[in-house]
Design a protein around this ligand. Structure first.
Ligand SMILES: CC(C)(COP(=O)(O)OP(=O)(O)OC[C@H]1O[C@@H](n2cnc3c(N)ncnc32)[C@H](O)[C@@H]1OP(=O)(O)O)[C@@H](O)C(=O)NCCC(=O)NCCS
Length: 184
């Protein structure tokens, strides 16, 4: 049986938090070095500890109860009040990458957000990867980002409602955990 068919995708519980933080630490340390591992695991910890539960969705992929992937979506507030969330960060355990788990976890997270009534998902990252899961580059002049972007080509979005993404207008603010220019 292939790995994906036995994988459990679900919303995280408080008991999962230490394993989620250590997953981000090990994956980002291995892929981008120790400093990035520390930074992104701190982001995961801050998102879990400092974010109002109405503003955060954290999902996990578990294989035989071992957490092998995790993804965060946190609320972005636009002046016109459209219900939108930013995907950041996501990680799949190094031993399990390249088997479709990342894509399945993103698809699962987006479908759960849609069920909760979110209209738009945004993210900030590598277009080559995120294009594969429905994100398209957007202009930060049309849809504002909460901070000045060091890589404007990485500003990406997708509609979950069928409406145009350009309905997002005005100033944008993010949750406290992401309110740090180092992430942008
Ligand atoms: C990026 C990551 C989440 C992808 O998860 P994964 O389970 O390895 O990816 P999948 O097997 O689901 O791959 C889905 C598709 O994306 C492609 N892909 C995977 N990683 C990619 C990358 N870094 N760049 C471009 N494409 C990538 C795959 O080839 C696959 O393409 P296909 O559908 O055309 O075959 C995972 O590799 C990871 O945790 N990397 C380190 C941390 C990171 O970079 N996180 C993202 C930024 S927050």
């Amino acid at each position: 049986m292939d790995t994906l068919s036995t994988m459990d995708f679900r919303r995280h519980t408080q008991n999962d938090s230490p394993a989620i933080v250590s997953l981000f630490k090990s994956v980002f340390t291995k892929s981008e070095g120790e400093a990035e591992g520390t930074l992104i695991s701190q982001l995961a910890k801050d998102l879990l500890e400092k974010t109002d539960e109405r503003d955060l969705y954290c999902f996990i992929a578990a294989d035989n109860s071992q957490i092998v992937g995790s993804i965060f979506f946190s609320r972005l507030n636009f002046e016109n009040g459209i219900d939108s969330f930013i995907l950041a960060p996501v990680a799949v355990h190094n031993d399990h990458q390249g088997k479709g788990i990342g894509k399945a976890l993103i698809d699962y997270g987006l479908s759960e957000l849609k069920k909760k009534g979110a209209s738009v998902a945004l993210t900030y990252g590598d277009p080559a990867f995120y294009n594969k899961v429905g994100f398209r580059t957007i202009s930060s002049e049309t849809v504002k980002a909460p901070f000045t972007l060091s890589q404007p080509k990485g500003w990406l979005g997708q509609s979950l409602s069928g409406d145009s993404i350009e309905t997002l207008s005005g100033k944008c603010t993010c949750v406290e955990a992401l309110s740090d220019p180092r992430y942008w």
